[in-house]
Design a protein around this ligand. Structure first.
Ligand SMILES: NC(=O)c1ccc[n+]([C@@H]2O[C@H](COP(=O)([O-])OP(=O)(O)OC[C@H]3O[C@@H](n4cnc5c(N)ncnc54)[C@H](OP(=O)(O)O)[C@@H]3O)[C@@H](O)[C@H]2O)c1
Length: 204
């Protein structure tokens, strides 16, 4: 699958190296241009390739892995999504350490805001409910860590669920973005909830 990743910090690099390791064709971009990524990708010994933002945005499945406040400027109206999948991994922080302030969306959901910025994309919310150091911490072989997903289009949700399984996690699709996506957001009941399931359980 042709995967694009926007953001090259913890989330972007983990997903880029993980998906490249299982054979996907991955482009990763940041705000400073592809040259700024070449040495890090070499060091990581990954087949993921450094790309420009527009190259990463043109892939079949695009992961949004940037700070929340950067999203509106990145998802410009001229991008032609044509039903391509946009995976929203963001959390709605308006600042990081030490104060970790959360955006006041006045009852709206972050993934719905993302979907409004990319109206012809199939937006799936995933990879946001746990810190990555927890999400990808080793587990005993008998269990897998659960990862929640929300999305309105079944086929897009299934595609993202398969990608999640390929990274060794157990996807659990919860329903539509407006409801389930909100429960997964900061302050929601599923944010920071870590669940383990028997490794032989089927995807749900
Ligand atoms: N870290 C976690 O454990 C975790 C877990 C779940 C969800 N999340 C969420 O996932 C998102 C990414 O988190 P993170 O911790 O990996 O890093 P982050 O600090 O939120 O994002 C930094 C990355 O975004 C890139 N970026 C910023 N503006 C950009 C733009 N206009 N175009 C392209 N790239 C841009 C930066 O590139 P430059 O360095 O070149 O500016 C950098 O690579 C956040 O929304 C976060 O809340 C994080």
């Amino acid at each position: 699958m042709k995967i694009g990743i926007l953001g090259s910090a913890t989330v972007g690099m983990t997903l880029a190296t993980g998906f490249a390791a299982v054979g996907h064709d991955v482009f990763i971009a940041n705000s400073r241009g592809p040259e700024s990524l070449v040495a890090r990708l070499e060091q990581a010994n990954t087949a993921a390739k450094a790309a420009s933002v527009s190259e990463a945005l043109a892939r079949d499945v695009v992961f949004l892995a940037v700070p929340w406040l950067k999203v509106p400027k990145l998802l410009t109206p001229n991008i032609s999504w044509d039903g391509r999948i946009l995976v929203d991994t963001t959390n709605i922080f308006v600042s990081y350490a030490p104060d970790f302030r959360i955006d006041d969306l006045k009852g709206d959901s972050g993934s719905e805001l993302v979907a409004r910025l990319a109206p012809s994309a199939r937006v799936v919310k995933a990879f946001n409910t746990l810190p990555f150091k927890v999400m990808f911490a080793p587990t005993p072989a008998s269990v897998k860590r659960v990862l929640f997903i929300a999305g309105d289009e079944g086929e897009a949700v299934s595609t993202v669920a398969s990608l999640i399984e390929e990274l060794g996690l157990h996807p659990v699709a919860l329903g539509r973005r407006a409801g389930a996506g909100r429960q997964m957001e900061l302050g929601g009941p599923l944010s920071s909830l870590e669940l383990l399931t028997p490794a032989n359980a089927g995807a749900s």
